[in-house]
Design a protein around this ligand. Structure first.
Ligand SMILES: Cc1ncc(COP(=O)(O)O)c(C=O)c1O
Length: 358
């Protein structure tokens, strides 16, 4: 079976974990600090703040941007549930704007009409390893005085006109095992804003600036040094991993037939967290059966857009039609593209997709 995702952990990560265990400092310590510094450098920003997950990075970033009860945050419905749920955690309401059919990312042309007096922020989600169209998004945000919280959980190292994702507004990343790099579980917040970085650190540590003095409500969102040691070792390989993903994607796009392959707009570097094709005319689910029959793992990210999730409809009253997202949910299929694939694996994927006749 060729898996859709595979974390690549070798002796470096194992050794780094053993060193932490021997050091006696297991919780947040020097490895977390080193990981934060290296991550900030990778993104080209002044600060990175490590957390326990991408979800807690989003939660913390929203709180630090003072998003709260009664506020609205504009985001994409075509993403993992954590993007929108993090907005709910702070008491705000996600306002969903439809996506671009080619990039699967929020369509900037539809953002302005969704702005109301309650809108406080835009959360662009850089899905599948491809940046959102950030120039118009940053322009809208600055004209309307809105914060920008980037969900870059799937896009470590991706860039837009030479700037890394996570460097436009407040960036958030996931380090879950299927991501382009992992720390097992973990998250990272990136920013150039000194005060915002400080606020994130305080929220992460129970609202504590001075030991055992708590001026505000915070959480325990601290990363451990064990996780940071894995993340640091992985970060040194990010460029290599991303190059391998890009090469694999290029090979697939050059050889796959009868499916719509991913497009990369000019000026973007796509880091292919997912290699997502479109399978039209209701044939997607039979292609999934055909691929499983041929030993090829694949995934549907995402089968239900967030505004159509039961909780959002029944409990939160969402009742909206966003046709581009809904069609994408019916047609997308992600194929393996990870750096663990051999040439034989790639050829097997191509052969399986091209032999599909339904
Ligand atoms: C787009 C997106 N946002 C947020 C998250 C949440 O990250 P985590 O699973 O690390 O909490 C993920 C990860 O799965 C994601 O893909």
């Amino acid at each position: 079976m060729i898996n859709i995702a595979k974390p690549l952990i070798d002796d470096e990560e194992k050794q780094a974990v053993l060193e932490v265990l021997d050091s006696g400092i297991l919780a947040q310590g020097p490895r977390v600090k080193a990981f934060e510094e290296a991550f900030a450098e990778m993104c080209g920003v002044n600060h990175a703040i490590a957390t326990t997950s991408g979800t807690t990075a989003l939660h913390t970033a929203l709180l630090a941007n003072e998003i709260g009860a009664g506020d609205e945050v504009i985001t994409s419905p075509f993403t993992f549930i954590a993007s929108a749920n993090s907005i709910l955690y702070v008491g705000a309401r996600p306002v969903f704007v439809d996506i671009d059919p080619i990039t699967f990312n929020i369509n900037p042309q539809l953002i302005e009409e969704a702005i109301t007096p309650r809108t406080k922020a835009i959360m662009p989600v850089h899905l599948f390893g491809l940046s959102c169209d950030m120039d118009p998004i940053m322009d809208i945000a600055s004209r309307h005085g809105l914060k920008v919280i980037e969900d870059a959980c799937q896009s470590h190292g991706a860039s837009y006109h030479g700037n890394k994702v996570g460097s436009f507004g407040t960036g958030t990343f996931s380090l879950y095992p299927t991501k382009n790099i992992t720390s097992a579980e973990g998250g990272m917040i990136t920013t150039n804003d000194d005060a915002l970085a400080e606020s994130c650190r305080v929220i992460r540590q129970h609202g504590m600036r001075r030991r055992y003095y708590h001026d505000e409500l915070g959480f325990n969102f601290r990363m451990t040094d064990i996780h940071a040691a894995i993340g640091l070792a992985q970060l040194t390989k990010l460029d290599k991993f991303n190059k391998s993903r890009i090469d694999n994607a290029r090979y697939l796009s050059a050889n796959l037939k009868n499916v719509q392959v991913p497009q990369i707009p000019d000026g973007y570097s796509h880091v292919f967290h997912q290699y997502t094709i479109r399978v039209q005319d209701g044939r997607r689910d039979s292609l999934i059966d055909h691929l499983s029959h041929n030993g090829i793992g694949c995934g549907v990210y995402y089968p239900v857009p967030i505004h159509k999730q039961t909780y959002y409809i029944n409990e939160l009253g969402y009742n909206q039609s966003l046709p581009v997202s809904e069609q994408a949910a019916e047609e997308v299929l992600s194929l393996p593209v990870h750096p663990g694939l051999s040439q034989g694996d790639l050829d097997a994927i191509v052969a399986a997709v091209n032999s599909f006749t339904a």
